[in-house]
Design a protein around this ligand. Sequence first.
Ligand code: F6R
Length: 241
Amino acid sequence: MQIDIVKDYDILSKKAAQIISAQIIQKPNSVLGLATGSTPIGTYRELVRMCKEGIISFADVVTFNLDEYYGLDEDDPQSYHYFMREYLFKEIDIKDANAHILDGKAADVEAECRRYENCIKEAGGIDLQLLGIGQNGHIGFNEPGENFEALTHLVNLHPDTIRANARFFNSIDEVPTQAITMGIKTIMRAKKIVLLANGESKAEAIYQTLKGKITPRVPASVLQLHPDITVIIDEAAAVKL
Ligand code: F6R
């Protein structure tokens, strides 16, 4: 595990974008696992810049997002489909058919989860998975207590997660209570992982993830076992290390 503690969010974003762009240059048809939330916004901004300047191209890149709220239509401004379009996809040269996100409106959720896993397998597996982390140590929407063996599945969001994500909605009552997420096993199968965290609100989760016991109570702690992970955190997220 490589741990990079950087001064601020701007440097964190640039470092993460450097790793992703190097991956794309080395393998133009890379399969990327992507995250949403506040943390990767700066990274996506950098990738957009590099793409517009002709440094990298997403023409042959394939992406799989970690998760989607259950019950939200892809045109809902709170959906992760919408988020990805706004912050990344509409600004780069990725082909629509290559940008995969779970269908939050799927009538048969189990079939949707199986379809997604098969699609990842057919693409050759994820080369590089980008992750943020919840204040409760979740990755994707794998909440504390989730089985490390799980593949893509439907989850009930933890009240902490609903509270943390309420900032994106008009009121807490509008936050969906369920989501579909890649499982821990899906994430652990990625060949390379880059975990990002910034701000003091993530300090305890980062401490537990990097220095604590490996336990499903802190889902991200399983990452200690991954053979190729880079953790990039700012000084505020590193205060407890
Ligand atoms: C989002 C995701 C979540 C977030 C986490 C942190 O796709 O999978 O695990 O990475 O909730 O969210 P932010 O970055 O908003 O603090």
